[in-house]
Design a protein. Sequence first.
Length: 327
Amino acid sequence: MTLGASTVDIKPGKVLLVGEAMALFTAEQEGDMAEVETFGASVAGAELNVAVGLSRMGQKPVYMTKLAEDPFGGRILNFMKRNSIDTSLVTIDNTHPTGFMLKSKVSKGDPKTAYFRKGSAASTLSPADVDAVDFSDISLVHITGILPPLSETTLAAAKELIVKAREHGAYVSFDPNLRPAIWPSLDLMRKTLVELASQADLILPGVGEGRELFGADDLESTAQAFIDNGAKLVVVKDGPAGAYATDGKDSTYVHGFVVDKVVDTVGCGDGFAAGTISALMDGLTVDEALERGCALGAIQTQFVSDNEGLPTPEELKAFKESHRRVE
């Protein structure tokens, strides 16, 4: 059986995601954010975006984070409940604030972002929080490269999370999601993310991440570098063109979907992750998982919010029927 036609063995259960949820304020006019007069409020965070996508596709995401009892924390908690995300692992911390971020509005290219997260409640997550989790009904654990650099304790928590997942037979999904600005040094970023990636079952990088972490310069070499590092399945995002996957023995490529205009690129990688993971959880083939990932990523580019556009199965079906594939 070819890789594209194969499925991944993941036990039934919930998906555990761990990270920092933040309030997001998006500029409603183009220009320097220091001069913009109005911002629209929403909620963001890479792992939370994935959790939203998983929930809308019928999965059971559990999100672990820490929030303050402040307006930002309240907004995030209400948002999670509206999106049917299990909040049982959310801790309220009254000694640290909830983080937030600003995002510019652009008509071309990627928007600029500014983060206000230092000393946040989520940055106090630790191995003790992970050790308190009941992993008996967790089938998959998903983390990104954003959690580890938030603090020394979140780095330790990320490592402990993988250890616990392994002990309980949970599948581990990892998106490197490079954010050099929040790491103390590039060397530490590379060393840490390569170490974490070596222990994951599924890796979801882009070519840029392959270049930064391994010196790879294309889809195939990026994927092979992660395989050689220890991953079992690597899915490399190829932008709007599609996605490439390999298990080190066989490979497959799935073309993406054509959209008329990109509104905002932030969150499309998280949409891709949600589509791919949810499809694998549904028992679909690798090709079908890549196709769903490409579709959710493309849909999310049509919305300003980082997660507003993530679809239900019915909305996904309508999108696929009305949009042609990249040739």
